[in-house]
Design a protein around this ligand. Structure first.
Ligand SMILES: Cc1cc2nc3c(=O)[nH]c(=O)nc-3n(C[C@H](O)[C@H](O)[C@H](O)COP(=O)(O)O)c2cc1C
Length: 211
C-alpha cells in the first residue's frame, strides 16, 4: 500500500501558535506549490507574503468593515444575519504569523478564441469559462502549498470567503500587480490545539464506473 498520510494529515487550520515561519521554510513551501500542473504551463500565479502583524490585522478589519457595509444594504434579516455571522470564517488568518495572498492572472483557454469567431457555440463557450482552467491551476497550486506546508509541520487554511474585500485588502498591503486579481488567502503557521476535519462522502458515492 502507498503511504498517503501526507494527504490525510492535511486539515484546515484556523488557530496558530505565536511562532514565526522562517523565510527558508516559507520559500520551500511556495516553491513546492509552483510544482503543480498548470493549464498550458502558464503558471498564472503570484504570491504576496504578509508577515507584518499590523497589516494582517488591518486586512481582517477591512473584511469586517466591508462585510458590515454590504450587510447594511441587505433587507432580508435572515440573509443579513448569516452573512455577518460567517465573517469570522473570512478572517481566521488574523492570528497566523504569515498570510500568503494568492494572486491569479488570466489566460485564454484552448478553443475559446476559435469558438468566439464562430456562431452557435454559446454552450461550449460558457462551459469552457465555467470550468475555468485558470482557476483549476490556482487550485492545484494551493493544494500543493497546503500539502507541502503540512509535510513540513505547518498548518494552512485555504480561504476565499473574504474575496469580496479584495480591493480593500490590496489597499491595506499597498500591493497591486497588473493583470492579477486576488484569488485566495492562505495563512501558514504552527497549528494550535486539536484539529478536526469534517467527514467525506464515501468514494463509492462520488464515483460512477462507466461500462
Ligand atoms: C476554495 C475554498 C475556499 C475556502 N474558503 C474558506 C474560508 O474562507 N474560510 C475558512 O475558514 N475555510 C475555508 N475553506 C476550507 C474549507 O472549509 C475546508 O477545506 C472544508 O471544510 C474541509 O475541511 P478540511 O480542509 O479540514 O479537510 C475553503 C476551502 C476551499 C477549497
Amino acid at each position: 500500500m502507498s503511504n498517503l498520510d501526507f494527504i490525510y494529515n492535511r486539515h484546515s487550520v484556523r488557530k496558530f501558535k505565536n511562532e514565526d515561519v522562517p523565510m527558508e521554510d516559507l520559500k520551500e513551501i511556495l516553491k513546492a506549490a509552483t510544482y503543480c500542473a498548470s493549464a498550458k504551463n502558464v503558471q498564472n500565479w503570484h504570491f504576496a507574503v504578509v508577515k507584518d502583524k499590523e497589516k494582517i490585522e488591518n486586512m481582517a478589519k477591512a473584511i469586517e468593515k466591508k462585510n458590515l457595509d454590504i450587510a447594511s444594504k441587505i433587507e432580508d434579516e435572515k440573509t443579513k444575519k448569516s452573512f455577518t455571522k460567517f465573517v469570522r470564517f473570512a478572517t481566521v488568518f488574523r492570528n497566523a504569523p504569515v498570510t500568503v495572498l494568492i494572486y491569479a492572472s488570466s489566460y485564454t483557454p484552448t478553443g475559446l478564441e476559435e469558438l468566439n469567431n464562430l456562431t452557435g457555440y454559446e454552450d461550449e463557450i460558457n462551459h469552457i469559462l465555467d470550468m475555468s482552467p485558470k482557476m483549476q491551476s490556482i487550485g492545484a497550486l494551493i493544494e500543493n502549498l497546503s500539502l507541502a506546508a503540512t509535510e513540513m509541520g505547518y498548518g494552512t487554511c485555504w480561504m476565499t470567503s473574504g474575496n469580496y474585500a479584495a480591493k480593500e485588502i490590496s489597499e491595506v498591503i499597498d500591493f497591486q500587480k497588473e493583470g492579477f486579481s486576488l484569488a485566495a488567502i492562505v495563512p501558514i503557521g504552527i497549528p494550535e490545539g486539536p484539529i478536526k476535519s469534517p467527514g467525506r462522502k464515501p468514494v463509492d458515492e462520488v464515483m460512477s464506473i462507466i461500462k
